[in-house]
Every structure is written in C-alpha cells, then in structure tokens.
Ligand binder design. Structure first.
Ligand code: AMP
Ligand code: MG
Length: 526
C-alpha cells in the first residue's frame, strides 16, 4: 500500500512556526500537576499534509497560508513543535467494558497546549498517533492514515449535524509505516481540537490517587473551564455532577436522534465538556435496531444503540463516586446527593429525547398534547419499525418529504401519494406505519403551527445524509489503496450540509444493499 500523498501542495517557503499563529496558554500543565507527564511528540520522517480543515484553521485564528505551506505538515505532525507548546501526555483511568484500569492515560496522544479561538473559547490542541508515551503499555503509540481520516470525516459530519464534538484540524501522513493485523499501513497524525480532554476517567485517576488536594484542584479546574458560573455554588462538586449529567443527557439524545453508535463508551471516552470524543469503532445505524452493534470487540452488546443512555448513566455513577469526598463531609449525605443526580438521569435524558423527537416529527409542545402522549407517539413509531428492516434515516427523511408535499404548490395529492409509497416501501409490512400515520396527522393538526413551519422544522432535524458505513469504507479504501481522495472529499463535502437536498449526491443517501450490510464491522485502537 502506498502512502496517501498530499492533496494540498504549495511552494510557500518555510516560515517560522510562530507565524502559524499559535498562541498557547497552557492551564492544564500549570494547574494540574500529578495528572500528566511532560512528553514530546515523536518526529515524523517525511511529513506530508493529507487534509487540512480550513474552517477550523480560521476558527482558531491560525494562518492558512503557513499551514498549507511546507511548514504546515511539520507543525501538524509533531515534527516541529510550535513555539509556546508544552506537550504532555494526560493521565487518566477508566472502566473499559466494565473493568477498571487505574492507569490508562494518553498512550498515543499528546496535548500540545491550549489556545483561545477567535470567539475567545479555550481549545485544546492535541495530537493522536504521535508516538509512545509513558502511558503506552503494549501499543506502538502510532495511528494509520485510514482510521485518522475516518475520525476526521465522522467528527466533521457530527459537527454539521449540530452535535457537540471534538473537531479535526488536520491529518498528516508521517512517511512511516505502522504494523497492524492487516499488515503495514501508512502512518498518520491527527490534530484534534477539543473544548478540553477532561474525562470521567480523569476524575477516576485523581480519586484512585487518594490525594484530596489533586481531586479538589481537578474539580475547580473543570468548573473554571466548563462551568465558571457554578464556581460560587453552595456545593461545587454537586453542581459539576449535575452539569455533566445535563450535557451528557443532551448529547446522548442527539446521538440517538441520528442513529449514532459510539461503540466504545468507556469512562475514559466520556467527556466533562459534553463533546463526543474518540471516534474509534463508531458507526451509524442503517436499519432501525435497538440491539445494533458494529464493534468487533463488543461481544455482549454492552454499547449497543439502545444501551447508550443507560451506559451514560452508569458512567456518570462512576464520576459521582469519585466526587463523594467533595460532595459532603458526612458520607451518607454525599451518597444521597450523588444518588439523586444519577437516579434523575433517565428523566433528564427523556426530556432531551422528547425534544429531539418532537423536532424530528415537526411537533412543538402544546397544552393539548402532554409530554407523555408525545413520548408514546414517538415510541409507537419506533416500535412499529422494529424487525421491519426500516432504514432509520430514510424513514424520517421520508416523513419530512411526506409533510413537505402537503405544502407544495404543485399537484400535492400526487406528491403525497408518491411520498407515502416510498415510506411504505421501507417496511417489510407497512401495517404499523399505516396505523401510526393518522395519529401523527391528528397531533400535527392540534398544534398552533403552520404545516410549512412544521415541515421546515423537520427539514432541519432529519438529515438526508449521514456517514453511511459502506460509503465511508469505500472512501477510506480508495484513499489508502490508491491515494485517491476523490471519493473521500466528495463525501466530506456532502456531509457538511446533511440537511440540504443534494440531488447530485442521491447515491450517498441510499442504504447499503442488504447483502453487504450483514458483514460490516468496526475496529478499536486502529
Ligand atoms: P481508545 O480506545 O482510543 O480510547 O484508547 C484506550 C487506551 O488505549 C488509551 O489509553 C490509549 O492511549 C491507548 N491506545 C490506543 N491505541 C494505542 C496505540 N496504538 N498505542 C498505545 N496506546 C494506545
Ligand atoms: Mg480514548
């Protein structure tokens, strides 16, 4: 296999690294001794830019010409460490598939430092695949081009879907090969931009150290970074736990609304910021199936589609445990306070899920329709999809088109008939849909919202385009096998506007033929 070569070439002369516009201010390093080890990224023998995210370059106030130029690949592979960066490997613990590891940490990542973006938001700039660190255990600390392109593509798709996520700044091929089960693969470094890399596992690490001042510093740091208004709360530890529970409830509801399956919701992969992080074995569900799993190592379906909200709650309970010493002086009081937040998580989640589903169905809350009846309506639709092989994305897009046809000026009856036929064709047996549609129609008529507005709401909530597994795989295969980024770049561009009708890209909206679907699997730590 040949190395992916740059799609971005330039004759710009080398420029001093500070000209790239990095202005670092490294609070994690200053404020959290004991929770990292200073560690440089490995040098790359022959760095070449594969992809540079111009939108993120601009958000960060970095220089596009410099990063596009000869210096860019060196800077974004770790070959040249930019001035002001103080690279470190973060320490964290984590429950992996339920089993606790007290010392995971960045085994193939380093945090270069933090900078303020053009909106004044503090952002971590980190490398993934930049070599072994003191936390590496067995791995080589490296990453291959394919999986880093995959993270780039899917995190960008999530961002365009309006879902909180880390972003990808660049993928640089290192010129080195990495050994994986499938053979030698071209190596790469991904630059990841995040609101922070604080995780549930960071708190677990601090708690396992049994060092109260470190835990207290971590709590204060998290609040300063993500919830400064809560710093003066009567009970800051409780306030943080509630804030994280709220962000995760909102995030999980959004994942569920687009059929996203993270694949490895270990506590070290759950952020305090509420951003989606760590795109390893993740995948989007095609046909609706609560038990859908794509990860090759998730033998028992722990992280199956419908298990994600209860797993988020389980992870939050692990966070709550770490905070017990800070929640109250009296142990039982601390446990009661933590338990109340964890027990309340399903209610928080359901609240957000109802909001997501109302948007997807063009509904607004009204006094006439209770939350309970709207929940039942949404659940009724899903129950009728189960076991029917109904494509999740096409179903909601189909409902959107069906309602849209009612507002069209043209011969609407005909359009609506066609939309109904397409919807029914998604089902093995359309009887459950036929029973459900009148309930939805009746509910739509109850609300003080014009059909055109309901339709627009649906248009903006139900993507036509998601990163379909077979399309992602095909794009990555041609990028890795023949250094051809044409399919990848086309997919990336279409996924940047997931809610827009893009008739020229209709092929990317279609599900995989059933014969290929059964075989699809994703892999961890690749
Ligand atoms: P992940 O599955 O990416 O969340 O990683 C879980 C843990 O395994 C983290 O501590 C990673 O740093 C570590 N890890 C994953 N891949 C590698 C690798 N190739 N080399 C060293 N450590 C790794
Ligand atoms: Mg991870």
């Amino acid at each position: 296999m040949s190395t992916v070569v740059s799609s971005i070439t330039s004759n710009t002369p080398a420029v001093a690294s500070e000209d790239a516009g990095f202005v670092f201010d490294n609070t994690y390093l200053r404020d959290l001794p004991g929770l990292y080890q200073k560690w440089p990224p490995a040098a790359a023998p022959h760095p070449q830019m594969v992809l540079l995210n111009e939108a993120v370059v601009q958000d960060l106030g970095l220089s596009l010409p410099v990063l596009r130029g000869a210096q860019g690949a060196a800077l974004l592979s770790g070959d040249t460490v930019p001035a002001g960066a103080e690279p470190l490997a973060q320490a964290y613990a984590g429950h992996q598939f339920g089993g606790f590891s007290p010392r995971l940490g960045d085994g193939r990542a380093v945090l270069l430092g933090e900078m303020l973006d053009t909106q004044g938001r503090r952002r971590d700039i980190a490398f993934k695949g930049s070599g072994r660190t003191p936390f590496s255990r067995g791995g080589d600390g490296k990453a291959a081009v394919g999986p880093m392109l995959r993270e780039y593509l899917i995190s960008e798709a999530m961002h365009a879907l309006g879902i909180p996520t880390t972003r990808a700044l660049a993928v640089v091929a290192t010129g080195e090969s990495v050994l994986r089960d499938s053979g030698r693969l071209p190596g790469a470094v991904l630059t990841r931009v995040a609101a922070s890399h604080l995780r549930v596992g960071t708190f677990q690490y601090a708690a396992a150290m049994d060092d109260r001042p470190t835990l207290q510093r971590l709590l204060n740091y998290s609040l300063r970074r993500h919830d400064p208004v809560l710093l003066d709360s009567a009970n800051p530890a409780l306030a943080l736990l509630q804030a994280v529970a709220e962000r995760q409830a909102a995030l999980l509801a959004q994942w569920m609304g687009v059929g996203f399956i993270h694949g490895v919701m270990n506590t070290d992969n759950m952020t305090i910021s509420g951003e989606t992080i760590d795109y390893g074995p993740c995948a989007f569900m095609d046909h609706y199936d609560p038990a859908a799993v794509f990860s090759s190592i998730d033998y028992h379906g722990r992280y199956a589609y419908a298990n994600q909200p209860p797993i988020a709650r389980w992870n939050l309970a692990r966070l709550a445990e770490t905070l017990l010493p800070l929640l109250a002086d009296e142990p039982q009081q601390a446990i009661d306070a933590a338990t109340a937040v964890i027990d309340d998580f399903p209610v928080r989640y359901e609240h957000h899920w109802l909001q997501v589903m109302r948007s997807k169905l063009g509904l607004v809350a009204t006094t006439a329709a209770s939350d309970a009846s709207d929940l039942a309506l949404a659940q009724g639709l899903l129950a009728g999809m189960q076991g029917q092989g109904v494509d999740f994305t096409l179903l909601f897009r189909g409902l959107t088109r069906w309602l849209g046809a009612e507002t069209a000026a043209a011969p609407q009856a005909l359009d609506q008939r066609q939309a109904l036929d397409s919807l029914q064709a998604l089902y093995a047996d359309a009887a459950p849909l036929q029973a459900w549609l009148p309930l939805w129609q009746a509910r739509l008529r109850q609300q003080p919202l014009a059909v055109a507005e309901a339709s627009e709401r649906m248009q903006n909530s139900n993507p036509a385009f998601i990163p379909r597994n077979h399309r992602v795989q095909a794009a990555l295969d041609s990028a890795s096998d023949s250094s051809d980024l044409t399919a990848f770049n086309r997919l990336l561009a279409v996924l940047a506007k997931p809610f827009d009708e893009q008739p020229e890209a209709e092929d990317l909206a279609l599900p995989v033929p059933p014969a290929q679907s059964a075989a699809f699997q994703t892999f961890c730590g690749t």
